[in-house]
Design a protein around this ligand. Structure first.
Ligand SMILES: *[C@@H]1O[C@H](CO)[C@@H](O)[C@H](O)[C@H]1NC(C)=O
Ligand SMILES: *[C@@H]1O[C@H](CO)[C@@H](O)[C@H](O)[C@H]1NC(C)=O
Ligand SMILES: *[C@@H]1O[C@H](CO)[C@@H](O)[C@H](O)[C@H]1NC(C)=O
Ligand SMILES: *[C@@H]1O[C@H](CO)[C@@H](O)[C@H](O)[C@H]1NC(C)=O
Length: 286
């Protein structure tokens, strides 16, 4: 089912490109997000949120790589579907980036800069885009003759994003560490997050992204660290799941309101339940 849904998302973009251009090719997969998508960036950062040891990777060919899961991540499956190699972690490869894509995702981070900082350093969403900005300005031009070739390459590339759940798990739901829940009710917090997210989407657009898949956040009230914290004897915490619903509704509203130049056809929403929460099941707070 998960793979099937993903196929539909990707087919959607392939059909767009086959309308617009001759070879309906996807040259690259660029990945942004948190521990659900991180595949090794946090290995190289001073943080407690790491997954470069067993049992992570026990069902993955390379063993423990920094992926916060026993097996493949969603971006791995998308890359396989597109016939691309796995997008390597940006921090491990920044000197010689691959033209088939890069992964900027960083476990424990979120949209707000302070999210997750009690665990150490991570790359928040804005910083991930700062890094992509550097890649697009400093590295990609070395491989293409003209800037329109770079634009063409980027416009055909797919950008997958999952971000926002840690702004709850590692911020809003940690009132001892953050005062966001004192200052914002759930609705206004979701608006703050999606407002910032929308700014970052505009930046990605400015940098040349034209095919963006943004995943909704999943049922964060069912993550063990949350069920433990709220002591519901392993039951999902409905109030916390409700926070995710509010965020996702806000995201859908933003998506509906996207207007030129960032058109809704260029950003599509993937449903959060597709992501599952196995990645975070294994780790405490990543
Ligand atoms: C981007 O490149 C500039 C110039 O080399 C550098 O100072 C800056 O730290 C880089 N930013 C990121 C996020 O890598
Ligand atoms: C983005 O987040 C910061 C807090 O980190 C906040 O001060 C700012 O108002 C937010 N911007 C928008 C547009 O929501
Ligand atoms: C990318 O970086 C350049 C140079 O640091 C900056 O002027 C520009 O505003 C950045 N672009 C985006 C979309 O953030
Ligand atoms: C949950 O709370 C009850 C009542 O306060 C307590 O007896 C129990 O030990 C707690 N369980 C856990 C796993 O913390």
């Amino acid at each position: 089912m998960q793979k099937f849904m993903m196929l539909i998302l990707i087919m959607f973009f392939l059909s767009i490109s086959s309308v617009n251009s001759d070879p309906p090719a996807v040259p690259a997969l660029y990945v942004f997000g948190d521990s659900l998508f991180d595949n090794g960036n946090n290995n190289l950062l001073p943080t407690l949120a790491k997954a470069d040891f067993s049992p992570y990777g026990m069902n993955f060919d390379g063993g423990a790589t920094g992926r916060f899961t026993n097996g493949k991540t969603i971006p791995d499956l998308i890359a396989e579907f597109l016939g691309l190699p796995f997008s390597p972690p940006y921090l491990s490869i920044r000197a010689s980036p691959k033209l088939t894509g890069l992964n900027f995702a960083s476990g424990s981070c979120g949209i707000l800069p302070e999210t997750g900082n009690f665990l150490g350093k991570c790359l928040n969403f804005a910083e991930q885009i700062d890094s992509f900005n550097n890649t697009s300005k400093q590295e990609l031009p070395k491989h293409y003759k003209t800037s329109s070739e770079v634009s063409d390459y980027l416009s055909k590339s797919i950008f997958v994003i999952t971000i926002g759940s840690n702004d709850y798990i590692n911020n809003y739901l940690e009132p001892g560490l953050y005062d966001t829940s004192k200052h914002y009710d759930p609705q206004s917090f979701a608006r703050l997050l999606v407002g910032n997210l929308s700014l970052q989407f505009q930046r990605l657009y400015k940098l040349g992204a034209r095919k963006i898949i943004m995943f909704e956040i999943g049922p964060i009230g069912c993550i063990p660290s949350v069920t433990r914290q709220f002591n519901h004897s392993g039951q999902c915490v409905e109030d916390v799941n409700q926070l995710a619903v509010i965020f996702n509704n806000e995201l859908a509203t933003m998506h509906k309101d996207l207007t030129s130049p960032l058109k809704a056809s260029e950003v599509i929403l993937g449903q959060g339940h597709m992501l599952g929460y196995d990645a975070q099941r294994a780790s405490h707070h990543a």
